[in-house]
Design a protein around this ligand. Structure first.
Ligand code: C5P
Length: 208
């Protein structure tokens, strides 16, 4: 029988990660945060002193990606956000990461979160969720998360960065951020993490 694959896509700071991790635990499936792959590639490029928008440098970094890169502690924060979104627009980077993601999901089934899981990586996923929230709500959540990690940030700047990253992720030519035609939309603007998880689990169970 085909493995159970749950695709969780959506814009930045919509709560996908928390939701996908909890779904994976509830369903007994491995979890893959695919954003981490792009973040790790961006980090490798920055380490070499190169520009994350440099296609050759970014493609080389993607092909050299090793599991230990995903364990680095500096993959979150504004600089890593920008670098990830820049390398993610480069087709050769996406191509290098595609097999990696597919192999992960096919082995035992999985919950994967990202931007193009339901559209490109697993168009045949068992269940596709597209998780959104208003930009104001997402900016507020990201700001609180930064505060919680002791990172001082200006709320207006956080919102501007989110808008910029979403525009780039949705506007790129290859694998742009968009819901798959058969995705279930989950707007979490007015939901706390617990309520969002309960709704997501109900949507998944409807498809099993
Ligand atoms: O999900 P996260 O915010 O960690 O992703 C970081 C960046 O990686 C996104 O802004 C996006 O540009 C890119 N990404 C992507 N496709 C995915 C996951 C992430 O393009 N499946």
């Amino acid at each position: 029988a085909a493995r159970l694959v749950v695709a969780v896509d959506g814009p930045a700071a919509a709560g996908k990660g928390t939701l996908a991790r909890r779904l994976a635990a509830a369903l007994g499936l491995p979890y893959l945060d695919t954003g981490l792959l792009y973040r790790a590639v961006g980090r490798r490029v920055l380490d070499r002193g190169a520009d994350p928008a440099d296609a050759a440098a970014a493609a080389a970094a993607a092909r050299a990606l090793a599991p230990a890169d995903l364990e680095r502690g500096d993959l979150r924060g504004p600089e890593a956000d920008r670098a990830a979104s820049a390398v993610a627009a480069i087709p050769a980077v996406r191509a290098a990461l595609l097999d990696w993601q597919r192999d992960f999901g096919r082995r035992h089934g999985a919950v994967l979160d990202g931007r193009d899981i339901g559209t490109v990586v697993f168009p045949e996923a068992t269940v596709k969720l597209f998780v959104t929230a208003s930009v104001a709500e997402r900016a507020q959540r990201r700001w609180l998360e930064l505060q919680g990690r002791g990172v001082a940030a200006d709320p207006a700047a956080v919102e501007a960065e989110l808008r910029e990253r979403d525009a780039r992720d949705a506007g790129r030519a290859v694998a742009p951020l968009r819901p798959a035609a058969d995705a279930r939309l989950l707007d979490t603007t007015a939901l706390d993490a617990e309520a969002a998880f309960a709704m997501a689990l109900a949507l998944v169970r409807e498809r099993l």
